[in-house]
Design a protein around this ligand. Structure first.
Ligand code: CAO
Length: 551
């Protein structure tokens, strides 16, 4: 075991290059060539690969740091003796130093030539690492476009790399000699441009070539393209001159200019759908992404992630008569959020029935005097709580919640049921625990206590958590039915409407029966129709014959 430091290799002589991505964390196990960090100059992005295999014990840089050759990137615990990782990079560095020395005069020539008069120049494909017949995947300029030196003219792509070919000087594009899909090699004409300051040099000399030294270009040849570092050197083989490199860092496949635009606009490129080959993100993709968001927000649509559901347009109600605008209570706003979340996330199915509660009501009314003696009032609700608990016990497929990963069902071994309570502040749903273990009187007392607590605004968060199922009773108010909204993460809710006497056919005659309309909504992701059918039928049978609760 040995701890070794991996340093920034030769990056073509650039100093203070910005770290735009950290691709590893402490504890990560890495292999040789795994990307450690991504650097970006104003012209190029480059992955810095690991020269060692092992476990990361320290990350020495953070995003936004400026680094140069030799800056420490990470410390790695390697399996073997301390190896000369820096030494390993040495030959590469030397090679790059030579390369730099060759590049600098070219750059100097380019600058000095820019001071002479304006003239039209040919813009040929520069040295692209010896690759032949490389496909043009994007023509980034049109005739008449004003470009600055370094702006992308075309994008080439081999089976291993993409390269943006930059303008050799600032000026105006006067002609374009190729189109998307063409195959080009070094020296092929891209087009012509009229230089602004007037470069008298031909771009073959002026254009920044991806790799100019013999060694670098033969290395690039063996790699077929100058994108990836040479595997044996373990350092970014083409970083020195790869001002046109496009990287595929993480899930985003985009060039430096596109990344820069993304950062300027605050766009997370991972969210942008690339329209280029292999999903490459272009500047237009980024602009379209931003445009769509702006358009959606101006038209009132919800922001991305909210399903982009158009909101109703703003209406000036005062135009139509007198109005008063009242601020919604915190509870009402929370309820609105919860309802929207449940309604949008849960595929609801609602099933309806009329349940015969004639016997149950006779029993309940028979207990009226006893209830008064106890100082309480026995309504149908505790009966319904008991019946739901019995149905949840009989059909455990209903006593579940969808795990937040969407891939598992959580089966509950307890039966806690929420009751919707109407309060002056809004709807609240306290939870009655262990309903299956409690009798009618105990449940009556708990319902009353919880309803009072809710109306007094004294419910705690815990009082409203842990429910398996909810009952929403509008029986006291009236109505013959409604669609209750599942109270997520629960998977089912029972809506109770007003019972009324109805004529029911008993096989030989119509008889008056007290019928209770109930509606069951359930989350169809977690519950299938057959399970719901069984649950509902069992529930109805228990409500219509409460003696079954004793079975
Ligand atoms: N059919 C006919 N009568 C019914 C009934 C039904 N389904 N349910 C209750 N009643 C009767 C009761 O028996 C009682 O009558 P008596 O006074 O003659 O005995 C009367 O209606 C009032 O009942 P209640 O409302 O005081 O008691 P409850 O146990 O039925 O309900 C509670 C308690 C806290 C649930 C209720 O007060 C409440 O807040 N309900 C609103 C729930 C709600 O807002 N749901 C909608 C949620 S979605 O927005």
């Amino acid at each position: 075991m040995a701890i070794e430091t991996i340093k920034v290799p030769d990056i073509g002589g650039s100093d203070d290059v910005e770290v735009i991505e950290i691709s590893v964390s402490v504890g990560d196990t890495i292999d040789v060539e795994d990307t450690l960090i991504v650097l970006e100059t104003d012209k190029a992005s480059m992955d810095i690969p690991s020269t060692l295999a092992g476990k990361v014990t320290a990350v020495k840089v953070k995003e936004g740091d400026k680094v140069s050759e030799g800056s420490a990137i990470v410390e790695v615990e390697t399996a073997g003796e301390a190896s000369a990782s820096d030494e390993k990079a040495e030959p590469e560095s030397e090679q790059k130093t030579e390369q730099k020395a060759e590049e600098k005069p070219a750059a100097a020539e380019q600058k000095s030539s820019a001071s002479s008069g304006s003239q039209e120049i040919d813009v040929p494909v520069p040295d692209i690492g010896g690759s032949e017949g490389v496909e043009v995947i994007e023509v980034a300029v049109s005739v008449g476009d004003e470009v600055s030196e370094g702006d992308s003219l075309i994008v080439l792509e081999t089976d291993k790399a993409s390269m943006e070919i930059p303008a050799p000087a600032s000026g105006t594009i006067t002609s374009i000699a190729l189109k998307e899909g063409d195959k080009v090699s070094q020296g092929d004409l891209i087009g012509k441009m009229k230089t602004a300051g007037g470069s008298s040099e031909q771009p073959s000399q002026a254009a920044p070539a991806p790799a100019k030294s013999e060694s670098a270009s033969s290395e690039a040849k063996s790699e077929a393209a100058p994108e990836k570092p040479a595997s044996d050197s373990g350092s970014p083989a083409t970083a020195a001159g790869a001002s046109s490199e496009v990287i595929n860092s993480g899930d985003v496949y985009a060039g430096p200019a596109v990344r820069r635009l993304g950062r300027q606009l605050g766009v997370d490129l991972a969210k942008v759908k690339g329209s280029g080959p292999r999903g490459r993100v272009s500047k237009d993709d980024v602009r379209d992404y931003v445009k769509n968001i702006v358009t959606a927000s101006q038209s009132g649509a919800a922001p991305a992630g909210g399903g982009a559901i158009p909101r109703p347009p703003a209406v000036d109600f005062a135009k139509f008569g007198e109005i008063e605008t009242v601020k919604m209570s915190k509870i009402k706003k929370l309820t609105a959020d919860n309802m929207t979340r449940s309604w949008l996330n849960v595929p609801h199915v609602t099933q309806w029935d009329d349940v015969d509660i004639t016997e149950m009501e006779a029993f309940r009314k028979g207990l009226k005097a006893e209830a008064e003696k106890r100082g309480s009032k026995l309504t149908p609700l505790p009966f319904l709580l008991k019946a739901c608990a019995a149905a949840l016990a009989a059909e455990p497929s209903f006593n579940v919640s969808l795990h937040h990963d969407g891939e598992q069902l959580v089966h509950k071994k307890y039966i806690h049921i929420g009751i919707a309570v109407d309060t002056p502040n809004g709807l609240m749903v306290p939870v009655i625990r262990d309903v299956d273990k409690k009798g009618l009187w105990e449940l009556t007392d708990e319902i009353n206590a919880m309803a009072k607590k809710a109306r007094d605004g004294k419910l705690t968060a815990l009082d409203m958590q842990g429910g398996c199922f909810t009952i929403s009773s509008l029986g006291a108010m009236g109505g013959s039915g409604f669609t209750p909204i599942v109270n997520t993460p629960e998977v089912g809710i029972l809506g109770v409407s007003r019972a009324q006497m109805k004529p029911v056919w008993n096989g030989s005659e119509f008889v008056p029966r007290n019928m209770l309309p109930i509606s069951l909504s359930y989350d169809h992701r977690a519950i299938n129709g057959a399970d719901a059918g069984r649950f509902f039928t069992y529930l109805s049978s228990v409500i219509s014959d409460v003696r079954r609760l004793l079975l």
